[in-house]
Design a protein around this ligand. Sequence first.
Ligand code: ATP
Ligand code: MG
Length: 545
Amino acid sequence: MLSGLPGGAGVNIAHEAVDRHAAGPLQHRTAFRWIGESGDVQELTYGRLAALTSRFANGLAALGIERGDRVFACADRIPELYIAAIGALKHGAVFCPLFSAFGPEPLYQRLERGDARALLTTGRIYRRKIAPLLPRLPRLQHVILADAAAEGTIAYPRFLDAAPDVYTIAPTDPEDPALLHFTSGTSGMPKGALHVHGAVVAHYATGAHVLDLRDGDLFWCTADPGWVTGTIYGLITPLVMGVTSIIDAGPFDAVRWMRLLSEQGVTVWYTSPSAIRRLMRLPPGAVRKEDFRRLRHILSVGEPLPPDAVAWGREVLDRTIHDTWWQTETGAIMVANVPGRPVRPGSMGMPIPGVTATVLQEGEAGAVGVVQDPETAGELGLAVGWPSMFRAYLGEPERYERCFSGGWYRSGDLVRRDADGYFWFVGRKDDIIKTSGQMVGPFEVERLLLSHPSVADAGVIGKPDAMLGESVKAFVVLKSGIRPDDESRRELIAFSRKNLGAAIAPREIEFISSIPRNRAGKVMRRLLKARETGGAAGDTSTLAE
Ligand code: ATP
Ligand code: MG
């Protein structure tokens, strides 16, 4: 249960996440355990986290940071980042995490658009990327360096040492802004979604009923806090639930990940299809020799979880991977496979209790109606009013308004609902291919291609076509040792026709060396489209190298 601020002073995420636990029996429980690349471990208990985050909040107050001011962080998954997040929320500032691998221009864009007043970062990032930007960021008055000293910046140890470790959170209204999150930039320029303290109700509800977090759990969310999943489920929710989380501070390494799961005794694991795809390439024997007895629950988010990934989980880990759907805008999981309900592989499950989701179709004059027939694809809509709903797109009020129609939030994703109420992802509205009057979700075609033994990766787009409107074109990365020749091409086209039918199968296949994906692992089809049509590539700040 949540407690609210003492004396009925409202609701503050930092209080629910840390202070109320630190004041009770959980004060000596480990909140976070950071594991470095070389296996070095650092831990913070709830009690210690409460003291350090209070110091951070006091430090912000001493700098003159006011409620509602924006406090940013740009760092790897180091303890200081997590302390800054909770400290900023305690102080009533709006916290905004930035992915540490962003280059200077994406950092500038976000710091400028987000009106950053203070930034926590590291010496390396500061020297290489932030310092040259400062003349263009006059509003960014305070830079705190976690691990270094530089002229004109504040050294983190001194920042904390000078501050008392008690901080009384001021009354906080559930509608007070708390978090600013930039979207992944899969479909265009990243949007800044603003979230409020009242969202903690949804963090709690999904932590309990979807992640199924229980007393004594050891949780691992593999997402970086630079993405919304890493902040909501890698930082806030496990704290709100009072469990211990591990944080892998190193880069992705499939073998080390499997070992971490078993050696640490992770009980609940939240990861992504792109990570699972990479684990699936490990020899099953290497995975099976690990001990997953403590692992009770596995979840996935970010992209569709294909049935063969569910099958792999069942076969190799002996667990069912539960797909969940949500967006930066929704602030928490909305549609999910919850524990106890049978999973239909390939389906993202059903709306969670308290969320009303439906399938919308475009009606007259921009109005929307609800699709009644099962199996008919339409836009996934959510009834307005869930607690973690975003309250604004930063600086884009009209764009925000356009997301709502007839009491529904329009997600921009297409889905269908089967007769039993399970939702199935079809594609993003922007990516849908219209070919001879038929709607084709590129993901459906990619999934089929990926099931072919020669294919390592695939991205599918609609190519302008005078006859068909659009024709289906696939970009394919072949596995090493397979020749990118006409025979391979014919084989893949025949395979697609046989399985998808001639109308949906790609008419054209181009072999390339890699599919553009962003750092969150999502296929950036707009870049494939730009490559095909010679159009503008648009924002590429989140593209993985
Ligand atoms: P942008 O809005 O900038 O284009 P983005 O939509 O990728 O980027 P996020 O908010 O991080 O930014 O991602 C949410 C999107 O990810 C969803 O709208 C959906 O398209 C996709 N997604 C998330 N979970 C799932 C899932 N379980 N199945 C299919 N797609 C998913
Ligand atoms: Mg989006």
